[in-house]
Design a protein around this ligand. Structure first.
Ligand code: GLA
Length: 358
């Protein structure tokens, strides 16, 4: 037996920090992702986990699989626990070898792709007891419960449901979705990695999430909503006097970002990429000023890109505090853009950025 499975990473084109507020997101799967090869192991009472991207390998007995190791292996272990919690016996006598071509911790969902590839493999090895949507939910729950990152569903959903040349317009409240064809008309999305280590991202993320929850609870005293993103901007303005300080800013981002995603989906369908680009710019400003999840490196790259010839829009993507930007740009400018951005960024921060053209 020797099986290889694959799950992609994603770039979110617009709609960040809306997923756990019951809003819309517009991610697109990447061709980069995580490969998992499963082979038999001589020690039949253990499982071995190794990675081409991390020297730390683990050989664990079945009774150790439910213990956190505070390492990359917690992503697969969290997913295994989701299976055992549903009555599927823990795997044994198997070697799980992971290999990825995604930059790690760069807001392109390397962790979700490890979770999803593990879920796909375990499902397959057990004769597919779960649907793809169930696997997505199990992968998200593994990250919430086992790893302790209170993420929404966007990344695992994009990794599971992503299709070539499409973005997924996903309503995170109903999980209704639509594959929207990316008709690029001579444009490209360029991803640029700040290579900024995302310190404390999990705790800051969980804190933002709890601020949104607090804002929601206050607004629920005045209107009948279950999620912040059920409000449109007009309704939010009427209610905004009940909020102040950070709670007002966080909620305003969630509601306005959700409106931008709605408009961006329309723009994409109408092939109005100029509008799409402007919405990307506005999204970045809101993530920077209201949600406060950007950082000097991301702001610099985005501002630099926004003034570059042929650029229609640029923004940070994903959770923030480092990671990547995504820029919509005319194809013929891509080469000069990546070269000059690299130079300017290195001069400013002494870090060599990486770019990926999707
Ligand atoms: C991380 C989380 C997602 C989402 C984004 C921000 O990637 O895993 O659920 O909240 O941040 O949009």
């Amino acid at each position: 037996m020797n099986f290889t499975f694959f799950a992609p990473g994603r770039v979110n084109l617009i709609g960040d920090h809306t997923d756990y507020n019951g809003g819309l997101v517009l991610p697109s799967a990447l061709s980069m992702g995580t490969y998992l090869t499963v082979t038999p192991l001589a020690e039949t009472d253990c499982c071995r986990f190794s990675s081409g991207n991390d020297a730390m390998a683990f050989t664990l007995r079945s009774d150790e699989l439910a213990q956190r190791q505070h390492s990359w292996v917690d992503y697969p272990l969290g997913v295994i626990k989701e299976f055992t919690d549903r009555g599927i016996p823990a795997p044994t006598g198997l070697h799980f070898h992971y290999r990825g071509d995604l930059p790690i911790g760069a807001s392109l969902s390397s962790s979700a792709s490890i979770e999803m590839v593990t879920a796909l493999a375990l499902n397959n090895l057990n004769n597919n007891p779960f649907t793809l949507l169930e696997l997505v939910k199990m992968a998200q729950h593994a990250e919430n419960d086992f790893v302790g990152m209170n993420c929404g569903i966007m990344d695992q959903f994009a990794s599971g449901f992503g299709q070539k040349n499409c973005a997924i317009a996903l309503d995170c409240n109903t999980l209704g979705y639509e594959q929207v064809l990316l008709e690029m008309q001579g444009l490209k999305f360029v991803i640029a990695n700040t290579k900024k280590k995302r310190g404390l991202v999990d705790s800051a993320y969980n804190q933002r999430r709890s601020e949104c929850q607090q804002a929601l609870e206050i607004l629920q005293r005045h209107c009948d909503i279950q999620e912040l993103c059920q409000l449109d901007m007009a309704k939010f303005q009427q209610l905004s006097a009940y909020l102040s300080g950070n709670l007002l800013k966080r909620a305003r981002h969630a509601v306005s970002e959700n409106e931008r995603v709605k408009q961006a989906i329309q723009a994409l369908k109408c092939k109005d990429m100029a509008t799409f680009g402007q919405l990307m710019n506005a999204s970045h400003a809101s993530l920077r000023d209201d949600y406060e999840v950007s950082c000097p490196e991301l702001d610099y790259m985005v501002a630099w890109a926004q003034q570059f010839e042929g650029v229609l829009g640029s923004r940070m993507t994903g959770a923030g505090f480092g990671g990547c930007t995504v820029t919509l740009i005319a194809e013929e400018q891509v080469e000069r853009f990546t070269e000059e951005l690299g130079k300017a960024y290195e001069e400013k921060f002494s870090i060599v950025a990486e770019t990926y053209v999707s």
